[in-house]
Design a binder for this molecule. Sequence first.
Ligand SMILES: Cc1cc2nc3c(=O)[nH]c(=O)nc-3n(C[C@H](O)[C@H](O)[C@H](O)COP(=O)(O)O)c2cc1C
Length: 183
Amino acid sequence: MEYILAMTGASGIAYGVDILKKLPSRKVLILSNGAMEVARYELKGKISEKTLRGYADESYGEGDFGSPVASGSHKFDAFMIVPASMNTIGKIAAGVSDNLVTRVASIALKERRKLVIVFREMPLSTIHLRNLLTLSEAGAYILPASPGFYHGPSGLDDLFSFVTSRVFDIIGVDNKFIKRWGD
Ligand SMILES: Cc1cc2nc3c(=O)[nH]c(=O)nc-3n(C[C@H](O)[C@H](O)[C@H](O)COP(=O)(O)O)c2cc1C
């Protein structure tokens, strides 16, 4: 199995980090320039870019169009964008493939592979909502980064785990990170 995870320049980088750490191999990471900018604020040097890239088997920047994942002939099982900026969401919804993140998203849609989009934005404009609807109609899974509270979270890690668990359920990765309703 190969999973590709992209982080873009939205708040909520920690959600992407949690997924990256827990994801089984083989895992490929794509960091947009915006993601690295936001990571500087949100990770506050606690996790360096090198460490982040080290969690993955391969990692690329947004301009790496020569990488294997830039081609539709390269097989992968799911592409996750966590967190997804409204900029990246708007571009994918408009069919723009101007960097490696939007290119892999367009491949996922055209090849009918799993595309999982986790966004944190609040509130959402009508344009954001239309873009998300367009992507949902095209087959993407749309997940707001809004963890539940019924599993009795005791801290941030439990909230991250909730979102990671929902993403893993969609991409078919068995997990027991949270107490499920009815357990
Ligand atoms: C600290 C910081 C936080 C940001 N948070 C968000 C956010 O939550 N949502 C969003 O859509 N854009 C946010 N932005 C703006 C995006 O990073 C910007 O639109 C960028 O062009 C996105 O590029 P990308 O989609 O290629 O990663 C933030 C920027 C900074 C510097």
